[in-house]
Write a protein that binds this ligand. Structure first.
Ligand code: SF4
Length: 345
């Protein structure tokens, strides 16, 4: 059985403009130790889906359907105290902005030691020693002395290392990283991603890695989910996605990644913008932006299918390495095949 199974998850937000279905019926699984990337533009539902895993959807949001099975239990049926005990211990999160994840009035050492004591029956001295070990492991120089320093005394990159140390302090089975390097410069970003990869392997922790940037997750994940307008439009192994993307939206995302030796004057962009989820487009939600849309695309919602065989396949039923896409090219409805060169140029 997979470590995590999300089935038909639906999350809504109640706004003045109407009901926003931020996540609309997504299903996926994560195996033990796997690194799964969830990519898509802002507003695709990636972060909301991640927060749902930790029971962190607050008003005006609500989980209105589906199941989140983690090991042997449905997270959506856990009590508040069960959720508190699960968070940090079995599932931990690294947020985009380390400043908001750290409490400015406590020393970083106290914060990590407190996270350990909250989930483990250890002495203060043992928690302190473990904290220093973790700070050293994530590359904080002179960790023993810096235990008593406050978050503002560290650089942004060091703060994110400290957040990672705190997240891994109880060796969780699943680490959810939501754009963990967006607030950092490119050099520090590479170091943090490398650190996350090393630590996940060392602690045998699975990672759900949320990013708007396919390039960032390229070398670091095993499989990728592509989300658009609250839905999963493609799921594949990293190699299949990079060498043979199936969904026109993914092809557009790929074209926007800078590549070594690229001689294009400027990177391609996907025309238009993400739809308003209060009133999303009918049929395929990508059709107003898709260069291949035919009339059927505006009326018929394409299900996820195995792109090789065209058979309907939910992500939980299909083999983990099956290449799934939600596009009428693969459901057999489109009359003309897709010529992806149109998008890539
Ligand atoms: Fe484009 Fe139609 Fe495929 Fe949607 S179903 S991605 S509109 S070709």
């Amino acid at each position: 059985m997979a470590l995590l199974e999300v089935e038909d998850l639906v999350v809504q937000f109640y706004t003045e403009d109407g009901v926003v279905r931020a996540v609309d019926g997504i299903s996926y699984e994560i195996e033990r130790g796997e690194r799964l990337a969830v990519v898509g533009e802002s507003g695709a539902g990636k972060t909301v889906a991640s927060l749902a895993l930790l029971g962190l959807i607050d008003e005006p949001g609500e989980i209105v359907g589906g199941e989140i099975r983690f090991r042997d239990r449905n997270i959506l049926e856990c009590s508040d105290s069960e959720l508190r005990s699960l968070r940090g211990d079995e599932i931990a999160m690294v947020f985009q902005d380390p400043e908001t994840a750290l409490n400015p009035v406590y020393s970083v050492g106290e914060q990590i030691a407190e996270a350990i004591r909250a989930h483990r029956d250890v002495t203060d001295e043992r928690a302190r020693r473990r904290t220093v070990e973790l700070l050293e492991r994530v590359g904080i120089p002179d960790a023993e002395r810096r235990y008593a320093d406050y978050p503002h005394e560290f650089s942004g990159g060091q703060q994110q290392r400290i957040v990672i140390a705190m997240a891994l302090s109880c060796e969780p089975d699943l680490l959810v990283c939501d754009e963990p390097t967006t607030a950092l410069d490119v050099t520090i970003e590479a170091q943090i991603l490398e650190l996350l990869e090393e630590l996940a392997a060392e602690f045998e922790t699975a990672i759900q890695f949320v990013s708007h940037d396919l390039g960032v997750v390229a070398e670091r994940c095993d499989r990728v989910l592509v989300m658009y307008a609250g839905q999963i439009v493609e799921r594949a192994t990293v190699d299949d996605l990079y060498y043979d993307p199936k969904h026109p939206y993914t092809v557009g995302l790929m074209a926007s990644i800078p590549r070594f030796g690229d001689d294009r004057d400027r990177l391609a962009t996907i025309p238009g913008s993400a739809p308003d989820l209060v009133d999303p487009p009918t049929g395929c939600r990508f059709h107003p932006r898709c260069p291949y849309a035919e009339s059927c695309c505006a009326t018929r919602d394409p299900p996820l299918v195995d792109a090789e065989t065209g058979t309907a396949a939910t992500p939980l039923e299909a083999a983990p390495d099956a290449h799934l896409a939600a596009c009428h090219e693969y459901t057999g409805v489109l009359e003309d095949g897709l010529d992806y060169d149109v998008v890539v140029r």
